[in-house]
Design a protein around this ligand. Structure first.
Ligand code: AMP
Ligand code: GLY
Length: 424
């Protein structure tokens, strides 16, 4: 089987490594991939947002199955375009990807179907948004409606900060058209859990839970990033929380999307906060998380391609999706200065990895035999072990063996999970 994977990050590298385990897979093309992914797939220089070129490539190269993982192409209708060429796909169509593409849409969906989330108002008129700020409780959370590379969320501690955020989004267009509408929502507190799920539109199968570390620096300090590391499972996601999530969030969401004529097939990501009033949805993503995927897929014991195809064909209820009961930790090595300003082009020296160790490449390019950094997040150093402390120790030991002079990483990935009672 010839497979096409759209995207170029560490998440795509993890997906490709897992897909390769299926003996029927003869070739994987990554569009565009990166210098590290090139060791595991044929990289083709077509950008992830160039939908017509992706569809034409799939048609011309007899692609049997396409996996679309990043948010932009999904929201832009990459799956629709591939399907129009007769290519079967993993990932939602544009009319379902809107669950991530528009926060106003997802908040309205949750309100209509009684799915627990922070209370909110959305505004397309800046004066009305500013008037609302004068009366709402603070802290308050201001979100740009559209995609904003994970940066369109401002937690405002004061009304002044809230006003500034609204003006930057709606008047100064800090996030372009994504800020034409803003959602202003209640500030929630509690531990965060990421749950990725497979769904075929009717059945939803949660994957092992995980915990992201979004801030750049130790102790959850510094700016928000795409994610500096992850562990799985997340100890805050207890069996009773999982049951409540299934009954009150996962199934209701899948049913709501179907009822709206927006059946969701692919990976639906639930960003949850476990509040004192129970679990609530912070955000939906229409795709695998990054770097959650780098800890979740190494724990998947079932064949990924089989499970993906079951979501496409509506056969998930009859397909086994099994995860090991081990623990995984991924430490992101980023370029110094990320997420603001950083330099690329530094040589990366990757050590040999042992069983249950993997290095996923997020941002790198090839220069002859050399691998050079190219991007903010560069590597995802991942290890699996029986216990959480074991996985953390192994991931950090592997990190020390990587040669990347311009790199930095957080030293405390997994510590919050340990404090919350990680399995020892
Ligand atoms: P999002 O891009 O929607 O995931 O938001 C980024 C981060 O902002 C989340 O991971 C949370 O840590 C935080 N956040 C978002 N919404 C809220 C909220 N209503 N209350 C508290 N924190 C929030
Ligand atoms: N790690 C969070 C995300 O992928 O959006």
């Amino acid at each position: 089987m010839k497979i096409l994977v759209v995207g170029s990050g560490g998440r795509e590298h993890a997906v490709i490594r897992k897909l390769r385990e299926n003996p029927e897979v003869t070739e994987i093309f990554a569009l565009p991939g990166n210098g590290g992914i090139a060791a595991d797939a044929t990289c083709v220089n077509i950008g992830a947002k160039d939908i017509p070129a992706i569809a034409a490539f799939a048609k011309d190269n007899g692609i049997d199955y396409a996996v679309v993982t990043p948010d932009d192409p999904l929201v832009l209708g990459c799956v629709d375009a591939l399907e129009a060429e007769g290519v079967r796909c993993f990932g939602p169509r544009a009319n379902a990807a809107i669950i991530e593409g528009s926060k106003a849409f997802s908040k309205d969906l949750m309100k209509k179907y009684g799915i627990p989330t922070a209370s909110y108002e959305s505004f397309s008129d800046m004066d009305k948004a500013l008037a609302y700020i004068e009366t709402c409780p603070v802290p308050v959370v201001i979100k740009a409606d559209g995609l904003a590379l994970g940066k369109g969320v401002i937690i405002a501690a004061t009304r002044d900060e809230a006003r500034t955020a609204v003006i930057e989004m709606m008047q100064d267009k800090k996030f372009g058209k994504s800020g034409d509408t803003v959602v202003i929502e209640e500030f929630l507190e509690g531990p965060e859990v990421s749950v990725l799920s497979f769904t075929d539109g009717t059945t939803v199968v949660p994957m092992v839970s995980s915990m992201d570390h979004k801030r750049a620096l130790d102790g959850d300090k510094g700016l928000n990033t795409g994610g500096m590391g992850t562990v799985a499972p997340n100890p805050c996601y207890t069996a009773s929380v999982a049951r409540e999530c299934m009954d009150r969030i996962f199934l209701p969401t899948i049913r709501a999307m179907k009822a709206e004529g927006r059946e969701f097939r692919g990976c639906l990501y639930f960003g949850l906060m476990i509040t004192k009033d129970g679990p609530k949805v912070i955000e939906y993503n229409c795709r695998f998380g990054d770097p959650e995927t780098q800890v979740v897929l190494p724990l998947l014991e079932s064949d990924l391609l089989t499970v993906m195809q079951a979501t496409t064909d509506g056969r998930l209820s009859e397909t086994e999706v099994k995860f090991s009961d081990k623990n995984a930790c991924c430490v992101i090595l980023a370029s110094k200065g990320y997420p603001v300003k950083y330099e690329s082009g530094f040589e990366l020296k990757l050590p040999e990895t042992g069983d249950s160790e993997e290095i996923f490449v997020a941002g790198a390019k090839r220069d002859g035999d050399r691998l050079l950094s190219a991007g903010g997040r560069v590597l995802g150093v991942t290890a699996v072990a029986d216990t959480l402390p074991g996985a953390i120790e192994k991931a950090y030991a592997l990190t020390e063996k990587v040669g990347f002079e311009n790199g930095f990483f957080r030293r405390d990935i997994g510590q919050r999970a340990l404090a919350a009672g990680g399995k020892i």
